[in-house]
Design a binder for this molecule. Structure first.
Ligand SMILES: [Zn+2]
Length: 135
């Protein structure tokens, strides 16, 4: 049995699945605007960090997530109820496993809880590493 979100109509395996719940965003601005203000603050911090770390990348929405792209997807991020997800891929997570020891990781994603200050320098370092490693 699939669960259908009554607000956005998307279907999920898990009841009350935490997800992006709004009109599909076409831009990162639209994506960020769909969240409460305190979440927007975190999203904007990460966006600024990634813009500086990846000066040659384009911003776009891919897989329904804010994405940095330069011929290929470099890194994505996404907001959840209690954490921000950053998606650098499995290889990056393996490479940074010591620095990420305090965070939950799964399937190419790292979870940064809103309750802790975001490790922006580490996020920049991961993004730069992804950028160098995609080609
Ligand atoms: Zn929804």
């Amino acid at each position: 049995m699939m669960w259908q979100c009554p607000k956005c109509g998307r279907e999920f395996q898990k009841t009350n699945q935490d997800h992006y719940c709004g009109e599909p965003a076409n831009t990162i601005d639209e994506y960020i605007a769909a969240y409460p203000e305190e979440v927007q603050l975190c999203l904007n911090q990460v966006r600024e960090t990634l813009r500086i770390a990846l000066p040659n990348a384009q911003e776009r929405i891919s897989w329904r997530m804010p994405t940095y792209w330069n011929k290929k997807n470099i890194i994505h991020f996404a907001a959840f109820k209690k954490h921000l997800g950053v998606y650098p891929g499995d290889k990056a997570i393996e490479h940074f496993s010591e620095q990420l020891a305090d965070y939950r990781t799964s399937k190419g994603a790292i979870q940064f809880p809103y309750s802790k200050p975001l490790p922006l320098e580490l996020i920049a370092e991961v993004a730069e590493w992804c950028c160098k490693s995609i080609d």
